[in-house]
Write a protein that binds this ligand. Sequence first.
Ligand code: DGT
Ligand code: MG
Ligand code: MG
Length: 291
Amino acid sequence: MANSKYEYVKAFEQPDVLLPDTWIVVRIDGRGFHKLTDRYGFQKPNDRRALDLMNAAAVEVMKDLPDLCIAYGVSDEYSFVFHPSCQLFERRSAKLVTTIVSTFTAHYIYQWGAHFPGTPLQPPYLPSFDGRAVVYPNARIFRDYMSWRQVDCHINNLYNTTFWTMVQQGGMSNTDAEQELKGTVSSDKNEILFQRFGINYNNEEEIYKKGSVVYRKYQLEEAKPAGEPETAASAVTTRDTQVSRSQQDKLKKLRRKAQVVVEHVDIIKDEFWDRRPWIISGKPGKLPDDV
Ligand code: DGT
Ligand code: MG
Ligand code: MG
């Protein structure tokens, strides 16, 4: 680019490179989905079509960005995770966040009609998402982040399921149901569901109870025997995250070969991570035999 007297304005741009060797989580969240879900008549408390659409968009984001190692979605939010070794966009925060937000939104809108046939999108109620990047210094804290989101999913879903059952099946007003649930703990809500409505919360669909986990599938490994102190999660060293450009390109190709799957499973316990060590290590595993 030719120099001009206007060139100096470039000095106003602020650097926003995220810390090296850290887990980058980009969490996106639907803007004003309270209104939007009302406008398009989403079922309460969970609309399967809406969750399937969120998951379909997330799968496309994962396919588009091989640097992503896992994503977790619940309600109108999705957390996308870049491995500490990620060098995409030189780890510039705004580039990473805006790419994820716009790619996700594009696919969400593109696939809307397939998931909500007969309910076309109409301005001003068009889906949009905000996003932010947060870095976590090690695998333990990154896993605590993921656990935090899944626990949140559980707490909200138990509350919402109980609340809407009391309203929809019990004929209570929103205010009365809210009043009765004030100060209750999980066991109280389980009891209300079971005693009054014959609903065993454990039998509710996993996608509602656990949220959605999206990752690249390789051959599962044996779970570690209980009591072994070191999980794969704590085994990443700085050395593991320093890889050359050509090595990175090779890994990218390998990642593109793997199938991206959506599962509704526990990510709080060690088992999920121990059986899928490639997520924490960043090193692709073996492709399943049938691929
Ligand atoms: P925000 O994020 O500050 O722009 O505002 P909202 O309205 O998006 O609030 P948020 O993200 O805290 O809460 C998500 C809203 O989306 C909440 O009102 C419930 C609604 N929502 C999410 N999934 C479903 C669903 O499957 N069915 C229904 N009926 N509503 C849902
Ligand atoms: Mg929202
Ligand atoms: Mg939300």
